[in-house]
Design a binder for this molecule. Structure first.
Ligand SMILES: C[S@@+](CC[C@H](N)C(=O)[O-])C[C@H]1O[C@@H](n2cnc3c(N)ncnc32)[C@H](O)[C@@H]1O
Length: 195
């Protein structure tokens, strides 16, 4: 059961998982709907967990995502169960440029992020954002979700500031209430330099 895998991982690694349960299909639909990914584009998912976003992406195009990156082996296994055939790389999203080079792939067109940025200290936020900025195409887009509580926390506010410094344009999506807890996305276009 995906929920069992998620809860067990969240209890053992709360700081890595940064959530109490997998995203709802409503949040997955919202994030994928804002991606504007076209056939043939290179789409990568970061922090796939038990795979709700992976499943929504694969429903749009079987070539999406080209691969997912997941830090926890048990979550990576859950993504593979959710979407058989998807490649899930076990490691940190900070190493994205290396994962691309190993596969002979160029810059990424679209990134779906389920990473718990708003729960992270500044050093980790910057490290992972720098990996993303080095991997995204100049006209690339990242869509990342966060919980509605995040603008109320110092780490959540810092994350928003880092995004605004790192991308030419950052827009906020509407709150998705049918998610526990409610969440919204940041749509980030046009990577600039390092965070
Ligand atoms: C908030 S959960 C979201 C999971 C899933 N995308 C969803 O929407 O239900 C965050 C996920 O990111 C993974 N993660 C945390 N830090 C990571 C990192 N540096 N690189 C890759 N994955 C990471 C966690 O293990 C967890 O599965």
């Amino acid at each position: 059961m995906a929920i069992g895998t998620f809860l067990s991982a969240a209890l053992r690694h709360p700081a890595v998982v940064g959530a109490i349960g997998p995203s709802s299909r409503h949040l997955a639909a919202d994030i994928v709907g804002r991606l504007d990914a076209r056939p043939g584009q290179l789409v990568v998912e970061l922090g796939s967990g038990t795979g709700p976003m992976t499943r929504a992406l694969a429903a749009v195009d079987r070539a999406f995502p080209r691969f997912a990156v997941e830090a926890l082996p048990e979550m990576a296994a859950a993504t593979r169960r959710a979407v058989p055939g998807v490649e899930v790389v076990e490691g940190s999203a900070a190493e994205l440029p290396r994962f691309l080079a190993e596969r002979g792939l160029g810059r990424i067109d679209r990134i779906v992020s389920g990473l718990p940025f708003a729960a992270w200290p500044e050093g980790l936020q910057r490290e992972v954002l720098d990996g993303i900025l080095a991997a995204l195409a100049p006209d690339g887009r990242m869509v990342t979700f966060t919980y509605t509580t995040s603008p109320c926390t110092p780490a959540g506010r810092r994350f928003r500031r880092l995004l605004e410094r790192s991308f030419a344009r950052v827009t906020r999506g509407a709150t998705v209430w049918a998610n526990l807890p409610p969440a919204f996305v940041y749509v980030c276009d046009g990577p600039r330099g390092a965070a």
